[in-house]
Design a protein around this ligand. Structure first.
Ligand code: ADP
Length: 486
């Protein structure tokens, strides 16, 4: 164990029904620090048997103290949990940064966002209301919002704290009992946060955490016949498998599957305001962000200027260990580095490199570092302009006019987020309506933040909405009650 910090939980154990225990069969998975390539801990390799036990524990919680709680009581627990996250934020950030390689400043932002999710959903828990519906004489009709029951939450490795916050926070606020499966590459913060839930007073079984591999624990969880809702954030291929598994049980799924989000930069924009965001919204988390703005569409009249300024910014970018003050850390794993490196090699063969950053000379050789690369004059249908790379790689595409910008922006299989940079108010509104995606940012780009803002995609970016008040509807189901009273 080389985590360099005193912990309040044992990372090698699962949480099932309020008990921390080894995986059935005792298997484990090493935890690697991507900055150094060294093993720093191990987590339990859960099994389908552990998933069964977790679902049973969740059912027991619904039949017991958790299921009997009022919405106000559930909200208070979430708010106490938020305070505990704030108190332990520095250790949580350290864990996240060590586990996934993101710079410590970004990991601190994630801890802050996690607390904010619990605070937001804690406050919202008792403000979800039904309706009364005018109907026949002598009859009163009302609607009730009820929890689904047992909900499964399969989360990825890029923003573990933020994604568990939005998913578990909303589900618990609505009174569901959750089984959480963090990514095998990034489970430490999920375990740490679950241990704080006990301190906040969350009854046993309301939140269960089963760590392990996706094709074992994730597959067993998404196919479990007594799970009533599955929420997933991750790749398109895995999302497809999860939706198919859930379809066998005819249960709803929420899928957030990433994107190829564009920044659209018009020649009338405030370029100095835009520039830091154009680069930052892709480089953040070394490009491993679902909403990374990995395409920059620039109007011809200012294309050369934007290219020169972005290239200058890229020339200053340095990748280095997460604990240092670098612009970006390593990628999460050797596997991810290999994927991204292949895309960069293809780009070097087929495209023009506008600029690149560098890897710090003292960065450990076994860390998974990739120097960021900006490609220019990229055809809109090129693989690097169409496929989600999930690394520090950005493409610049020129356009003539608004119609072409919209056509290019909408011309991928994805549709998660779009950024629009223009001072023309009518154009802002036209673009906001015509872009195919779940969020449009005009003269800003809210990537990871925005706890309050409904978030999700169209097309292969997925379906359903998380975050904001909207998520509370997704994590509940509506019942109509008609009372004949004469
Ligand atoms: P990546 O390929 O980058 O690891 P994934 O989308 O496969 O991204 O992983 C996101 C989450 O999905 C992780 O928690 C992972 O363990 C889980 N997962 C992977 N494969 C499956 C599967 N077949 N069924 C359910 N969950 C899975």
């Amino acid at each position: 164990m080389k985590l360099n910090t005193k912990l309040w939980f044992d990372p090698s154990r699962l949480l099932v029904g309020g008990t921390w225990r080894d995986a059935e069969g005792g298997g484990s998975i090493p935890v690697e620090n991507p900055s150094t390539g060294e093993a720093v801990a191990s987590i339990a390799a859960g099994t389908p048997g552990d998933v069964e036990a977790a679902v049973r524990a969740a059912e027991a919680a619904l039949d017991g103290e958790w299921g009997a709680m009022t919405a106000t009581e559930r909200g208070r627990i979430l708010i106490r949990w938020a305070r505990l996250v704030e108190e332990r934020a520095e250790t949580l950030a350290h864990l996240e940064s060590t586990d996934v390689g993101k710079p410590i400043t970004q990991a601190r932002n994630d801890a802050t966002a996690l607390a904010r999710y619990f605070e937001f959903y804690g406050g919202a828990a008792d403000k979800v209301m039904g309706e009364t519906i005018p109907y026949q004489a002598g009859t009163t009709v009302l609607t009730l919002r009820e929890p689904h029951g047992v909900t499964a939450h399969i989360i990825p490795w890029n923003y573990p704290m933020q994604i568990l916050g939005r998913s578990i926070g909303a589900a618990l606020a609505m009174g569901n009992a959750c089984v959480l499966k963090p990514a095998e590459d990034a489970s430490l913060s999920a375990l740490a946060v679950a241990a704080l839930a006990e301190e906040a007073g969350l009854p046993a079984g309301a939140l269960n955490v089963v760590t392990g591999y996706g094709d074992e624990v994730g597959a067993a969880l998404s196919a479990h016949p007594r799970v009533h809702h599955v929420s997933f954030t991750g790749s398109v291929g895995t999302g497809r498998r999860i939706q198919s598994a859930a379809a066998e049980n005819v249960v709803p799924v929420t899928l957030e599957l990433g994107g190829k989000s564009p920044h659209i930069v018009f020649d009338d924009c405030d370029l100095e305001a835009a520039l830091p965001t154009l680069v930052g919204a892709c480089i953040q988390a070394a490009g491993q962000t679902c909403s990374a703005a990995s395409r920059v569409l620039v109007q011809r009249g200012i294309y050369a200027e934007v290219k020169a300024k972005m290239a200058a910014a890229y020339g200053r970018l340095v990748a280095g260990p997460a604990s240092g003050g670098f612009d970006l850390g390593p990628l999460v794993s050797g596997r991810q580095k290999a994927i991204v490196t292949r895309y960069i090699a293809q780009g070097r063969d087929e495209l023009t490199v506008a600029a690149e950053g560098r890897i710090d000379d003292d960065a450990p050789a076994k860390g998974h570092y990739v120097a960021p690369v900006l490609f220019a004059d990229v055809p809109a249908d090129h693989a690097l302009a169409q496929e989600e790379i999930f690394g520090p790689v950005q493409v610049m595409i020129p356009f003539e006019d608004e119609a072409e910008a919209i056509r290019i922006a909408n011309g991928t299989d994805y549709g998660l987020v779009a950024g629009v940079w223009t001072e023309n108010g009518a154009r802002q509104m036209r673009l906001a309506r015509r872009l195919h995606c779940g969020q449009v940012f005009v003269n800003n780009y809210g990537a990871g933040g925005g706890v309050e803002l409904p978030f999700g995609g169209v097309g292969k970016s997925g379906h359903g909405r998380e975050k904001g008040f909207e998520a509370l509807y997704g994590f509940s189901r509506l019942k109509t009650v008609s009372i004949r009273h004469g």
